[in-house]
Write a protein that binds this ligand. Structure first.
Ligand code: ATP
Length: 314
């Protein structure tokens, strides 16, 4: 049973220009996506830079204005309510970002950073609040004396743990994690990812894991949305996506995972050849009003993109 649904979400940004600074065009950053979330699962949102992943996360949490669409949480329409920092929705849905450093106020001690969501959402006495802060630090594996320190006294991995502690303070159902480890060293990435999995098990959390890295997503996610130019071109379980990808764009993304072993390099070569064959098979010819021919590739039952834009990224 899903506890949250995203229905036909669109975020279009106006591009202004000209003498009167009027709207000259639109960026269709998110252009009609649907999602459902079940408790305890990890959902991956993958695609290349600029495809609309961060905008999706920020729109869900209320940091971006949405153009149209609905967000339902436990059956209630929270599309308007989600913008209020103190709403029930905000208690239940938290977000962590790639840049662990700038999301922590450098002038505040860790105790004050963690106290903020507690004061916003939980009605605790000062003694209960101190206990809660100690518990949160213990959950994320940070020493108790961390609370007296400032963010700059910690490493990148530790700062991301503190961000996770802050997100956990309100006992949320869903955490949206936007590239949570991409700014960290590889060895630290693995520690933080495994730690996120442990926390998930302990609290029955759901994650929406935003990443451009299909290797990381494979490690973390049960269900994956592949995004291209503001739309989902393919969605499926981890097995569907990694063992039986259907869409050309998914194949191309999988193909771009770095091949570090000779066997990996062979597989990659094979995948590239398969991609070329699929590409030729799926091409559609279209003509414009001047009779010029365009090659188009289907990205869904009703939408096409120009073949040259896909070939560019192969
Ligand atoms: N405030 C804005 N005004 C206009 N265009 C924007 C704005 N914010 C984002 N965009 C555009 O919307 C598109 C989607 O951006 P978004 O940041 O969501 O992509 P992304 O997939 O998260 O990329 P990255 O992985 O590089 O962060 C991009 O073309 C971006 O330039």
């Amino acid at each position: 049973m899903s506890f949250m649904q995203i229905i036909d979400l669109k975020v279009h940004y106006p591009i202004r220009g000209g003498f009167f600074n009027s709207i000259v065009d639109w960026v269709y950053a998110v252009d009609g996506i649907d999602m459902e979330f079940e408790q305890g699962k990890t959902y991956g949102l993958v695609g290349e830079s600029g495809c609309g992943k961060s905008t999706t996360g920020k729109a869900i949490i209320g940091l971006e204005k949405i153009t149209s669409g609905k967000i339902l949480f436990e059956g209630e329409d929270v599309t308007k309510e989600r913008k209020s920092r103190t709403s029930h929705f905000h208690r239940e849905v938290q977000m962590i970002f790639q840049d662990s450093h700038s999301s922590l106020n450098p002038r505040k001690r860790i105790a004050d950073i963690l106290a903020e969501p507690i004061r916003n959402f939980l009605n605790l006495t000062p003694r209960e609040e101190r206990k809660k802060i100690d518990e949160l630090l213990a959950i994320v594996g940070m020493p108790g004396d961390s609370k007296e320190k400032f963010p700059h006294e910690f490493s990148g991995g530790q700062k991301q743990r503190i961000n996770i502690a802050r997100a956990l303070a309100t006992n949320p159902k869903l955490i949206i994690a936007d590239e949570p480890v991409s700014a960290l060293d590889l060895s630290v990435q693995a520690q933080v990812l495994n730690f996120m999995k442990d926390v998930q098990k302990e609290f029955g959390l759901t994650y929406l894991f935003i990443s451009h890295d299909l290797g990381v997503v494979k490690h973390m996610c049960d269900y994956i949305f592949i995004m291209y130019k503001g739309r989902f071109v393919e969605c499926g379980t981890k097995q569907d996506i990694y063992q039986n990808p259907k869409h050309l764009y998914t194949k191309r993304l999988l193909n771009s995972i770095p091949a570090t072993t000779p066997l990996g390099r062979e597989k990659r070569k094979w995948a590239r050849q398969e991609f070329e064959k699929m590409y030729e098979k799926h091409i559609h010819k279209a003509f414009d009003e001047n009779g010029r021919v365009y090659d188009l590739i289907p990205i869904s039952d009703t939408h096409y993109v120009s073949a040259s834009s896909v070939k560019e990224v192969v």
